[in-house]
Design a binder for this molecule. Sequence first.
Ligand code: GAL
Length: 451
Amino acid sequence: MSKKLLWLTTLLVILALSLVACGSTTTTETEAPAEEAAEPTEEAAAPVEEEAAPAEGANQLEFFSWWTAGGEADGLNAMYEVFKQQYPDIEIVNATVAGGAGSNAKAVLATRMQAGDPPDSFQVHAGHELIDTWVVADKMEPVTFIFEENGWMDVYPADVIDILSYNGEIWSVPVNIHRSNVAWFNPQLFADNGLEYPKTFDDFFAAAETLQAAGVTPLALGDNGIWASTQLLETVLLGTLGPDGYRGLWTGETDWNSAEVTTALETFAHMLDYVNEDHAALSWDQAAQMVADGDAAMTVMGDWANGYFTSIGLAPGEGYGYAPSPSTEGTFMMLSDTFSLPQNAPHRENAIKWLTLAGSKEGQDAFNPLKGSISPRSDSDRSLYDAYLQSAMDDFASNEITPSLAHGAAASEGWVTAFNDVMTLFVTDRDVAAAQAGMAQACVDAGVCGQ
Ligand code: GAL
């Protein structure tokens, strides 16, 4: 069985187990839920062009996302530009809720969907987030016909189509492939301190000691949305357990109470000795900025950070370096952003036009080079992608593939939420035993692990 098929099979097992008025874009930024809204993020300062609610009967496309930071917002805008050229009479209403990884947006979306007030299309992660949260709950329309009408069955890899499929239908249009286990670093700080980028956890801690002694923050973390810590931990679990052991965490085959998980949690807790003190007040892009500014040596973040670094004028390999996060070389921790068609979309025909663009070569090659992601299409134009993204294409083709927990691929949203709750305590008290017990219980509660 190929590596990708193995990953696909894993996902399927998990699923079974857990059963613009001409040229203008309007941005309506919904207020985030109360507890998150109190946390200032740079993302919240994203430009709000105009406040407007979508008008009944108007020729609009209301699109819901959380892409407001540098890079991710640029990618979305690039695709809007193509859409506006194709359909100058359709007004795009960009209903956005700031907060990385959808930390705020998902709650607002859930409220709207429950109230029967869906947007025309929304951003949703491939895998469990799409299938468990929306498809099984019968809130979506299948988009198989869009794939068939556009000949996409031949250009999308079967394993990507499979994680978007349920009951014989495809339920969303994938726009990219992201990698979450990437370490981004400041090459100058490494050179100044006579260090090579650390490949293993031991090397990481040795380098961190040297950097800290030199007065440099070794690891920048911005977890004002707890997902960023969850994402760091998923890379440590992968680096400790290896791809098979990591995959088994989401199928019940790897014991959450095992010594290897204890080791991973200890490693993660030890890493926190080397992060910036204000990590709980910063967003992921602010942590990336610390690396760009030379205030921190590294940050572990999904490759939307590549989009961020290029959006502030840095070039990959020069202004910033990149490498697989410690001890994860050879594995690509994958997630995919997709665009969906909710049932009763107010402007369904416009949503279909949007989805047709989003899945097209033209749309994806406008979006992904800025977003910091690669296209899942087999015919995308490699020459448009920078050195980092070309390396991601090569790794995606050759590495083991594992599903990201923090970004909806590995586990149901309920499980991710329970996991994030454990992480909120863990980053504060660093109580390994309590965290391990909480994570083991979350697996039981998700119906995947036995009592
Ligand atoms: C992820 C999403 C990425 C990126 C990131 C930070 O969940 O898949 O596309 O936007 O959040 O906002």
